[in-house]
Design a binder for this molecule. Structure first.
Ligand code: GNR
Ligand code: NI
Length: 168
């Protein structure tokens, strides 16, 4: 396992649409393992492969609390197959735009189909923080960041502030 560098704004790779994996192989699992280690080290609750420069549709998530045992989740080719009509607003952040936060409104529950760590097809009903996080991560696979859900004014303010902070 290895910790990989996390790509930050304004790297254009963050706008890339990632490619579906044809199958979950040992090579895929090696990427999953590195992603999990990188995510825990950051620390973050989710990571998309594109954030470590790999444009494959792979996501790791762990929304367990600090005093709970680790509960890693691995998603290959995750697809949202159902969304609730109810929404939830949550203050999001992103490891690719460190220290910038704003409220994003998304469906409060989603059902996701994906291939797990072993390549088995699964469906998972997500709510709460997990629902917010999986939607944030699937957005990354489509080149979308949480700031793309904000008004242009708010987005441009965050990008400007981040780029300025990064230069210091
Ligand atoms: O660590 C993270 N926290 C977070 C908080 C609210 C909504 C989404 C997230 S995901 C983020 C890690 C990250 O950037 N994943 O892509
Ligand atoms: Ni992110």
């Amino acid at each position: 396992m290895a910790i990989r560098d996390i790509v930050t704004l304004p790297d254009p790779i963050l706008k890339a649409v990632s490619e579906a994996v044809p199958a979950v192989t040992d090579e895929t699992r090696a990427i999953f393992d590195d992603m999990l280690e990188t995510m825990y080290k950051a620390p973050g609750i989710g990571l998309a492969a594109v954030q470590v420069g790999i444009t494959q549709r792979l996501v790791t998530i762990d929304v367990s609390g600090e005093d709970e045992p680790d509960a890693p989740l691995f998603f290959a080719n995750p697809e949202i197959i159902w969304v609730s009509e109810t929404v939830r607003e949550y203050e999001e952040g992103c490891l690719s735009i460190p220290d910038m936060y704003d409220n994003v409104v998304r469906p409060s529950e989603v059902k996701v189909a994906f291939l797990d760590y072993h390549g088995n097809r699964q469906e998972l009903h997500c709510e709460g923080l997990l629902a917010t996080c999986i939607q944030h991560e699937i957005d990354h696979l489509d080149g979308v960041l949480f700031i793309d859900h904000l008004s242009r004014l708010k987005r441009e303010r965050i990008v400007k502030k981040f780029v300025k902070a990064k230069k210091r």
